[in-house]
Design a protein around this ligand. Sequence first.
Ligand code: 5AD
Ligand code: SF4
Length: 495
Amino acid sequence: MKFYIETVGCQLNVLDSELAAAALISAGWERLATRKDADLILFNTCSVREHAEEKIYSALGRLKHWKTQKPGSIIAVMGCMAQKDKNVVFQRAPYVDIVIGPGKLDQLVELVNRAVATGEPQLAVSLDRFERRDLPRETRASFRQFDPIRLPETRPRVFQAMVRIMFGCDKFCSYCVVPSARGPEQCRSPRAILEEARTLAEQGCLEITLLGQTVNSYRYVENGKTTRLADLLEMIDQVPGIRRVRFVSSYPTDMSDDLLAAVRDLPSSTPYLHVPAQHGDSGVLQRMRRRYTVEEYKELVDRIYETIPGAAITSDFIVGFCGETEEEFQKTVDLVRYARFKNSFIFKYSERPGNEAAKLYEDDVPEEVKKRRNNELLAVQNEISGEENRRFLGQTVEILVEGPSKREARSVAQEETLYAECETLDAPEDAPRGDGLTSVDALVATGRSNDAQLTGRTACDRIVVFNGPTSLTGTFQRVRVVETSPFTLFGELVE
Ligand code: 5AD
Ligand code: SF4
């Protein structure tokens, strides 16, 4: 039996897909790169914005035909939209066989077997934490932890891996679906995390990205001893073979001095911090239910740059949130200029029915205004990204070579995005634009003929394109930067 997984959404989903694949492979299934000969199609979905959901439903619509051509085949919908929409998925796409939420992934193989055996629809979702406020313990237990099997063949690159350190979210930002889709915050034990890091290192993993919705809120208490993210970084630093560790995404108020010092001092910790600000105006931040003012965020930015020389900070922003005035929007532009982010992911506000913002405020910024503000902010950010990258001109940087750059230069630039799949689903104006094409073409033209065009990443997560033998994939190399664009550094190997 063969399966194919299609993934949209953030890195949490990318990891869930990898873990789902590992579970199925361990149960005897074979993974395919296309859906053509698949007996099982898994659709890993995202609910962060309405537009993403609509795209998923129309993609599901196209599967109806596939299903009629292939009787006995199974369609499974997993991810945040499965948890959010539950039975609605079956109503909108009656040929779907399995709906499984992110808190039930440990049951995936069992559900697939049951669907194959019975032909009956299978639903496994966690309790709704807003509907069942009276059952906090049961709700938590219904979002089950999933201590997964790690198989190197399920990763795009053996030498890079993500490790989940916590599930869920307890911050309750007013615009966000995550606290309901992924449930209460639950941290994995340091023992399980360390064991996973060791397994990955034995499989040849050099770089680990620790994942959590608010990763720097990590806290685990056992036998009176509290472990925080800084302690975890120290523990993983001791794992032989792991050369680089980063973590995403951080919540601004949980960025302690200890943590910043750990990032600065630990050889394996990298100076890359994704700390979504979401907005540059304190009033809007309050409506968003973020727990800081813009002044506090700016102080954090200062503290990061003071503590970690060469730190690269990235952010997320929402434009067009309920009631956002032009003046408030300009404060976001000011913050982008102040913080000099390496890059920002910019989203137009999308009302999510049922959450607090939808209940309290009107989604009153017209779509054209959202679009214009999105583009304006993107233009400012690109200008800054370009300037920050230009500082690398002539410098030699150490990169982990990721392999041949198969895609065209524009896509290389887009790889930059933490929400890459989300972006491809969304309107193209959401995606970053660059002048990379010409630069890469120029580089290829001057390159040595038997070398391939390769990409790699610096410790601060900048993409570097250069020419070299593909055998360098998965090794650390030194590259001298000869040209830059807002999204990419172009370099030459230093022998
Ligand atoms: N509308 C638009 N963007 C959103 N995000 C989260 N919820 C929404 C929403 N309702 C953005 C935030 C978050 C990123 C993953 O998506 O910026 O950090
Ligand atoms: Fe990730 Fe949020 Fe989308 Fe869920 S809704 S996949 S947590 S971005």
